[in-house]
Write a protein that binds this ligand. Structure first.
Ligand code: C2E
Ligand code: MG
Ligand code: MG
Ligand code: MG
Length: 279
């Protein structure tokens, strides 16, 4: 029977699985090596205050400068890193690098926040808070300049742990944003108990907001919800003026997206902030 069904393609399929597994294993060992060889880089995407038009923050987004494959985006290696636990090392590096960089900018009198994405494995670590405090102390950065982005799914996966961690972060003065809001397993009941500071409307609601009335309504509802709870609200994936104007009308606080800038290396942020590079 199997022969009838599959024929040669049966074996091709099997080989494909095997080679995918091999490719994955190679990528994992290259990633492990790449972390040591300093191949990870951070790009930064401006977050713009919709009222003033000024850059109020930056989101740090990791990339991997692979020696053969070129610049790799997070979707190519973050899931692998999550699976293998390498994300813990990567996450620590990202946090430190982002803190160092925003320290540099705040020392130049830039009033700017840095947002860092935190993965589930990182957030669930017992010494997560200690790691952050150590990094802030080592870098000499005020906790006021740091925002941690977590997803709803991370937040509610172990709600008791989450509530404890969020309270401690709140006491430390570190802000927390719920990333990709509206796409995960959110619970309004938990949102009400969690000490978070910001909601980020997922880009899937923003990309066609000027044509899709349902997405416009959903975005508007998230903005109203945020306001009612006293939270800051950011729209991600803003790609054009029309979308920005709609968000402005709906009183969204902050916009982030290609309309302003793609994620770029720190040198480009220096230019945007009109910082002269040291001679
Ligand atoms: P995210 O945190 O939701 O980041 C927003 C993503 O949307 C980024 O993709 C960004 O480049 C993209 N984006 C921004 N503006 C626009 C726009 O106007 N249009 C479109 N189409 N896309 C836009 P990126 O850099 O590829 O990152 C993807 C995801 O990878 C992030 O989603 C985040 O979940 C994860 N990630 C990135 N860096 C890190 C990191 O350092 N640690 C962890 N744990 N995850 C990270
Ligand atoms: Mg994010
Ligand atoms: Mg997001
Ligand atoms: Mg996302």
């Amino acid at each position: 029977k199997a022969k009838e069904l599959g024929g040669n393609s049966y074996y091709v399929y099997g080989d494909e699985i095997k080679s995918k597994g091999l490719e994955k294993m190679m990528l994992v060992s290259q990633l492990r090596q790449g972390i040591k060889n300093n191949e990870l880089v951070l790009h930064y995407q401006p977050q713009v205050d919709i009222l003033t038009g000024e850059i109020s923050g930056l989101e740090a987004l990791v990339r991997w400068q692979h020696p053969e494959l070129g610049l790799l985006y997070p979707d190519k290696f973050i899931p692998l890193a999550e699976e293998t636990g390498l994300i813990v090392q990567i996450g620590e590096w990202v946090l430190k690098e982002a803190c160092k960089q925003v320290k540099y900018w705040t020392d130049l009198d830039q009033n700017i926040m840095m947002s860092v994405n935190i993965s589930a494995r990182q957030f669930q670590r017992r010494d997560f808070i200690k790691e952050i405090i150590d990094i802030l102390n080592e870098v000499g950065l005020s906790s006021k300049n740091l925002t941690l982005e977590i997803t709803e799914t991370i937040a509610i996966s172990d709600i008791e742990h989450t509530l404890k961690i969020l309270d401690r972060l709140n006491v430390l003065g570190i802000a927390v944003a719920i990333d990709d809001f509206g796409t995960g397993y959110s619970s309004l009941n938990y949102l009400n108990q969690m000490s978070v500071n910001e909601l980020k409307i997922d880009k899937s609601f923003i990309w066609d907001i000027e044509k899709n009335n349902k997405n416009k309504m959903i975005s508007n509802t998230i903005i109203i919800l945020a306001k009612q709870l006293g939270l800051k609200v950011t729209a991600e994936g803003v790609e054009n003026e029309e979308q920005l104007n709609i968000l402005k009308e709906m009183k969204c606080d902050i916009a982030q997206g290609y309309h302003f800038s793609k994620p770029v290396p720190k040198e480009s942020i220096n230019e945007m902030l009109s910082i002269k590079s040291p001679i």
